[in-house]
Design a protein around this ligand. Structure first.
Ligand code: AMP
Ligand code: ZN
Length: 485
């Protein structure tokens, strides 16, 4: 096995070596559950689904935890606005998140820990840090002392003196260092509160992840992920906590995905420029979102716009048309063997895809390979070769190959004929076309053809073509489709 992963900690691509032979422990920072997630929030989940699948495909046994942050200022604020307990808000949005997640067809994680279920472990963790001289208590509040941890800054590359020079906000004078961060804080009236040795309170954000990681996966994990905005301070602080507690390495490889942008700006709720996963999937399709995300490298920014979405639709239409044709070929008599040259194409691209996936998940190149295989299959034109006993086994080999890589990426698993019709509906809505008008023109053209009025038939065809409608003469299933560029 020779998977190379870019590690934010060392800023290099490194051969991935599990701590324990054959086993991988992965933790990905999950959502704060106070609202629907935007599509950017799903980039990590979609990419890590592939990372996990590829590791398993490569023979590793993966344990994967993805948490829900269900204690947070934003949850409390929303709960107060609605006059309900904060658990009402968090449970509601966990449920909504799970609807989106299932619609994306991603695999379930081994663990989905919630902060509220780990209070004893969080409190014990904070106690251990105090015992180790890494944390101090002031008025019922516990702070991590970053000066006590020599490695502080090693993930983000930030130096303490530089941090202080750039510090503009008013600092809490009680802190030993302005960058000391909160591990435990007293709850205000109306906030959820848990008993602790420091009085009723609630945990800071960073300690949650460290406590859940060490409780579920152990002192050291293989891979920790999140978006690049989490490198500092969240993940830097997680290292300080984890290593400050055990004295051991907290995580070997840090994997961060770049941002999804909208009009060249990071998609974020605070900037107000978001597309929720829900609205994207309602207007377009989960398959389109996954294709868009996986067709670029996870460490590249991706700006979403209508042109890119339409490009993804056209790419998916090409792939699914081939899958549909291959499905039709399965009805032929079989008995032969896979076309020799095509079998070679498949195995060449097996080797290429392995190289690309192993190279820090170069999914753009993986997609290019998929297209070459699709092109190779189309060139065989098997749907016209019903008499050839090799047609069926060749189509079967193509479908099995596409399923192998499709399953890894959570793509290409739709029923082709149905999905192609769905794409038509999506494009009809997008281009504001009138379905009744299209059907009327198609019917008129059929009548003209029956009456052998070729000039009129051509005129209707041209009219349809101007609307972006392609006639599908000779297709027994459908008479027309929307042109997909
Ligand atoms: P949050 O709920 O804000 O903590 O974000 C959940 C996850 O989404 C984190 O891993 C963030 O880094 C990630 N994230 C937030 N905004 C974006 C974005 N525009 N593009 C990609 N990832 C993002
Ligand atoms: Zn986290």
């Amino acid at each position: 096995m020779s998977i190379q992963l870019y590690n934010t900690l060392t800023k290099t691509k490194e051969p991935f070596k599990p701590l324990e032979e054959g086993k991988v422990k992965i933790y990905l920072c999950g959502p704060t559950v106070y609202d629907l997630l935007h599509i950017g929030n799903f980039r990590g989940a979609i990419f890590f689904n592939l990372l996990r699948n590829w590791m398993e495909f490569s023979g590793l046994n993966v344990t994967f935890a993805y948490n829900y942050t269900d204690v947070d200022d934003k949850i409390i604020k929303k709960a107060n606005e609605e006059g309900v307990e904060s658990s009402v808000i968090s449970e509601r949005f966990i449920e909504e998140f799970e609807k989106d997640f299932n619609r994306l067809g991603l695999r379930k994680h081994d663990y989905n820990p919630k902060v509220t279920e780990f209070m004893p472990q969080i409190i014990k963790f904070v106690e251990d840090l105090i015992t180790n001289g890494k944390a101090y208590v002031i008025d019922g509040e516990v702070f991590y002392s970053i000066d006590s941890f020599e490695g502080y800054g090693k993930l983000s590359g930030k130096k303490l003196d530089e941090l202080e020079a750039g510090q503009r906000v008013e600092v809490d004078q009680r802190k030993k260092n302005p960058f000391d961060f909160v591990l435990w804080k007293p709850s205000k009236a109306g906030e959820p509160s848990w008993d602790s040795p420091w009085g009723g309170g609630r945990p800071g954000w960073h300690i949650e992840c460290s406590a859940m990681i060490q409780a579920l996966l152990g002192d050291t994990i293989d891979i920790h992920g999140g978006g690049i905005d989490l490198i500092f301070p969240h993940h830097e602080n997680e290292i300080a906590q984890g290593e400050g507690r055990t004295g051991k390495c907290y995580c070997n490889t840090w994997v961060h995905n770049e941002f999804i942008n909208l009009s060249d700006e990071k998609m974020s709720k605070s900037l107000g420029n978001v597309i929720t996963g829900r609205s994207f999937m309602d207007k377009w399709h989960p398959e389109i979102l996954k294709y868009l995300f996986l067709s670029v490298h996870y460490r590249s920014q991706l700006a979403i716009n209508d042109d890119k979405i339409r490009g993804a639709i056209s790419a998916l239409a090409r792939i699914y048309s081939s899958l549909k044709n291959a499905g039709d070929v399965l009805n032929f008599e079989g008995g032969g063997v896979v076309n020799k040259a095509f079998a070679q194409t498949l195995s060449q691209h097996d080797a290429k895809i392995k190289k690309y996936m192993d190279d820090d998940f170069n999914t753009g190149e993986v997609m290019a390979s998929v297209f070459e295989v699709v092109r190779g299959f189309n060139a065989l034109n098997l749907q016209k070769k019903a008499k050839d006993i090799n047609s069926k086994p060749t189509a079967e080999a193509f479908l099995a190959w596409m399923k192998k890589y499709g399953d890894l990426m959570a793509l290409f698993g739709q029923v082709p004929s149905k999905f192609l019709l769905e794409l038509d509906d999506i494009l009809i809505a997008d281009r504001k076309l009138d379905r009744a008008k299209i059907e009327e023109l198609v019917a008129k053209r059929n009548e003209a053809r029956e009456a052998k009025d070729w000039a009129a038939a051509d005129q209707f065809r041209d009219e349809l073509s101007a609307m972006g409608i392609e006639l599908q003469d000779g297709n027994p299933d459908r008479q027309w489709s929307v042109s997909k560029g």
